[in-house]
Design a protein around this ligand. Structure first.
Ligand code: ATP
Ligand code: ZN
Length: 284
């Protein structure tokens, strides 16, 4: 039995999806012109599809699981289970308007024309805000709609904002935050659920590793007490004596979020020769 996974054929999710599978130790070729390939060392069959179709394929059981953007999952509104956030392809769905135009707030959208590839999410949002506007669904290059007179505003994905900037648009309101997620069919048979659990275990180990760093440092023994307090670690830090008497080497794991903060404090506490090493996998 194989678990069938749908990933994007080409585009912004493609590389991140394959990279994550590889970091999970699963070998797949990149699917050049192939609809599906089998992994060589895990019971996984990979289907390469348009990202918009992935939620439906997973709902219908053509694929058991899929990697897709939360934006697409929410827009398509299919019956699938959300298993795990994957921390790549981060972006937001925002309403943007021409700079120095007449729209300054969401209220000003009343009666206006908004171009988007996300008609479902936009209409839900407008309904909640009690605003009536006409939605023009277009499938690509939404950002040029105001300039060519097709719309007064747009609702589109933004990451850095550079596309908006170069089209003289500014963000008015974010309606959804998004990143890649793992979705699954709601009625997976037991054997497939087991395979999915194995995959999830690997994905979580990869995510933890990315979010943590291995730290090695040297410190005089009389400073160790203070240094230990700064290091959360998995349990307690590893301490090894250095050849120079009165000094020790301390090893621990710290999370990316408080990384710089802790490094500063370690230096102040007397730590020297601090080395930061990436972690490949982290099993807890
Ligand atoms: P397909 O041919 O598969 O339909 P597409 O053109 O619809 O591809 P892409 O532009 O490749 O889609 O984007 C795929 C996903 O990547 C988006 O749905 C979104 O989740 C994510 N993404 C991340 N950053 C951005 C961004 N700056 N602009 C657009 N999408 C982004
Ligand atoms: Zn698409």
């Amino acid at each position: 039995m194989e678990l069938k996974i749908a990933i994007q054929k080409s585009g912004r999710l493609h590389d991140g999806s394959l990279q994550l599978l590889r970091e999970c130790g699963i070998k797949v070729s990149n699917g050049n012109n192939q609809l599906r390939v089998k992994a060589s060392n895990f019971p996984l069959e990979v289907f390469f599809l348009r990202d918009d179709d992935i939620p439906e394929y997973v709902q219908d059981g053509v694929a058991d699981i899929g990697f897709a953007g939360e934006n697409v999952v929410a827009e398509r509104n299919k019956t699938v289970a959300l298993e795990e956030k994957l921390e790549f392809a981060k972006c937001r769905l925002s309403i943007a308007v021409p700079k120095n135009g007449e729209i300054h707030s969401v209220k000003n959208l009343e009666g206006k024309r908004i171009a988007t590839s996300y008609p479902h999410l936009l209409s839900e949002y407008l309904k909640k805000q009690n605003i009536k506007a006409s939605i023009h669904e277009i499938s690509g290059s939404v950002e040029i709609a105001p300039k060519i007179g097709l719309a007064d505003a747009i609702c589109d994905l933004v990451s850095s904002g550079s596309t908006l900037f170069s089209n003289e648009l500014e963000e008015l309101e974010t309606i959804l935050q998004s990143e890649a997620v793992l979705i699954s069919n709601k009625n997976l048979e037991d054997e497939k659920r087991n395979l999915l659990n194995q995959l999830l275990f690997r994905i979580r180990s990869v995510k933890k590793a990315i979010n943590n760093k291995y730290v090695l440092l040297n410190a005089p023994n009389d400073k160790l007490e203070v240094i230990f307090k700064l290091l959360p670690g998995m349990r307690s830090p590893t301490v090894l004596p250095l050849a120079e008497s009165g000094w020790s080497s301390v090893h621990s794991v710290i999370s990316e979020t408080d990384f710089w903060n802790i490094i500063e404090q370690l230096k102040e506490a007397g730590a020297q020769g601090i080395l930061i090493v990436p972690i490949e996998k982290m099993i807890i």
